[in-house]
Write a protein that binds this ligand. Sequence first.
Ligand code: ZN
Length: 336
Amino acid sequence: MAPSRVVAVLGSLCLAAACLSACASSSTTSSNADGANQLFVATTVAPITSIASAVAGDRAHVEGIIPEGTDSHTYEPAPNVAQVFSKADLIVVNGLSLEDPTKDLAEKNKKASAKILVVGNSVIDPSQYIYDFSFPKKDGKPNPHLWTDPVYAGKYALVIAKAMSQADPKNASYYAKNAAAFVKQTTALANALRADQKTVPRKVLLTYHDAYAYFGRTFGWTIIGAVQPKNFEDPTPVEIARLIDQVKAQKVPTIFGSEVYPSKVLEEIGKATGVKYENSLRDDDLPGNPGDVEHSWLGLMKYDFTTMVTGLGGKATNVSAVPLTFVSPDKAVYPQ
Ligand SMILES: [Zn+2]
């Protein structure tokens, strides 16, 4: 490295250090992009960012960390993420071991006054954790996908609203009102699904990514397997052969891939078994673009439930009819 380049790098490191210490001594609120003094909430995956944003509306700054379309399970935060954490007043992570490296970085870089809310762990008792194909008990990491179950998503909003209200009491009633409106949406979607799933001959899911375990338990769907191995690499030929047998034995009309993990393997299994391969389920990559109304937790789950119900031969009339609206202005930052 040339000496001038070393000086430049040292200079920027000093600037970063100065920023970190200046930010660390700031008050309970931070400046957002509009320059307004607002509560700064850092979040991890996009569905949680969307839920936090529904609660925050235009009174708190919400900034996601994990870019959409990346694998949140193996995500290692980029060094510049430390700066976001150093500005945050409240850091919301899913927990259940989903984003451990990101949580570690948050703990190392947060302001002394900033709180970390591990939202998943605060809505479920460990006795209710699900361990399964991709998340075996012997590894000690439960299935972390609580937010694909509308019942837990509603609880997320309430817990997030409480934490935001503690950090920013003057807006407590606004956050509570937004959280209540969001819970109304989750309840409407759950009721619509309960009506539509009566039209599904067999509520069985074989997915690539194992993201619907809690949803399955709450709504009475059987998760017969997940293709993706626990190390998130492609299955071995032996595992593929086993899956082909399993698909044939279960006589499922559709197997469900994940939009984040395009899987040639699932396509092959589909061909080998004559079963439809639907490759567009998503668990943490919201549909559409930031600012679009479908780019939201509700947009995500409406899409998934419609795809599951119709893929298995049912009619998604009620889920499709759930009004897709924001409960408050969505000003959150969603890294792409
Ligand atoms: Zn996932």
